[in-house]
Design a protein around this ligand. Sequence first.
Ligand SMILES: Cc1ncc(COP(=O)(O)O)c(C=O)c1O
Length: 373
Amino acid sequence: MRVPFLDLEAQYSETREATDSAVSEILATGRYVLGKHNQALESRLAEMHGVRHGIAVNSGTDALRIALQAAGIGPGDEVITTAFTFVASVEVIVQLGATPVFVDIDPSTFQLDPEQLFPALTSRTKGVLPIHLFGQLAPMEPIARFAADHALTLFEDAAQAVASHCKGDFAGSWGKASGLSFYVTKNLGAAGDGGMVLTDDDEVAEKCRSLRVHGMGRERYFYDDIGYTSRMAEIQAAVLCAKLDRLDEWTQKRRELAAIYLDELREAPVVTPATLEGNHHTFHQFTIRCNDRDAVMAHLKAHEVDSAIYYPVPIHLHQPYEAFGHGAGSLPITEEVCQTCLSLPIHPHLSVEQVRFAAAKVREAASNPAGIA
Ligand SMILES: Cc1ncc(COP(=O)(O)O)c(C=O)c1O
C-alpha cells in the first residue's frame, strides 16, 4: 500500500470545476494581477483569522519580510525567534539588516519556549517572531505578555498555520503583523508560490500594500519606500479561493488522521507530538521523534510509506547563519530534535487504512533499532 506525503492531483480533482472556470475567465478578461480573486482571498482569510486586513503577496517569505519591514524592523534591531524552522523565518530578519536572536524550543510541541525569552532580551531587542510550527499556535499568551511588558513588536510566522487557533484566537490575530504561506505543500496551497500578510493595523496594512508594489505611494510612479515586486497572480488567488471552500473539511480530516496516528503509536517507542492546551491543531505536519530515525525511514521507504525530516539541521548551524548563533551546543533541545524528528504522511486524501499502515510500519521499525527493512 503506497502512502504518499502529498496528493495534489486529488486536491485538484476536488476543486476542478471552480478552478477551471475562474482560470478561464481570468485568461479571457486579461485581469491577471490584483483583481477580484485577490480581493476575495484577502477578505475571506482576514475574516477567518480575525483581523481587518489581508495583503496577498508572492510568497510566505515575502509576507514575513514585508510584515516586519512595514512594522519598523530594520538595521540594528534584534528579533527573537527559534532555529527549529524553515530558513525563511530567519532569512527575512537578516535581509532587513536586523539580527536574529535564537531561543530554544519545547521538545514536546516544537514551539518557542517562553521561559527562554527573558535571557535573550537586550537593549536592541525590537521584536519577537514565534513560529506556529507544524500547524499549532506557539504559546501566545506568555509570549504576548513578554512582548507587551518589554514594549516589543510581536510578529507571527503563521506560514504553517492557516486556520489554526487557540481557544478561538486565530494565528495572525496576536501580532502586529504576520505571514501566511500558500506554497504548494501547505494546508492551503497554490499552484506555485503565494503568501499573505495579516494585520489589524491600518497603517501597517497600507505600508504592506505599498511595499508589495515597489513601495509605490498613492500616486503612480512616486515611491514612499524601497519595496518589492510581490503581487499575487489572479490565477493563484482563484486556485486558493477554490481550495479555501474545502479547507474546513480538509482540516477536519487531518485532525482525524492525527488522532489515529496518536492512537496507533500510543505504545510505540517513539515520542508523538503534544498539542498545547486549547489549541486547534491543523496538523500541517505530524512529527514524531525516534532514536533510530534512519532505520525507521528505511523501513517506511521499503514499504512505500513516504516520510520527511523537517528539519535536519537547525538554522544557527548552517554556514550563512553561523554568525548569528553561538555554535553547536548552544540550543541543545533544538539540536536534539533535529536529530530525532520524523514527519509522517498526513493530508486529507489519505485513508484511515493508509495511516494505520504507516503507523504499523513505524511500530515495527521503532521496536527494532537495527531496522527490519
Ligand atoms: C515556517 C515557515 N516560514 C516561512 C515559510 C516561507 O513561505 P514560502 O515558502 O511561501 O516563501 C515557510 C514555508 O515554506 C515556512 O514553513
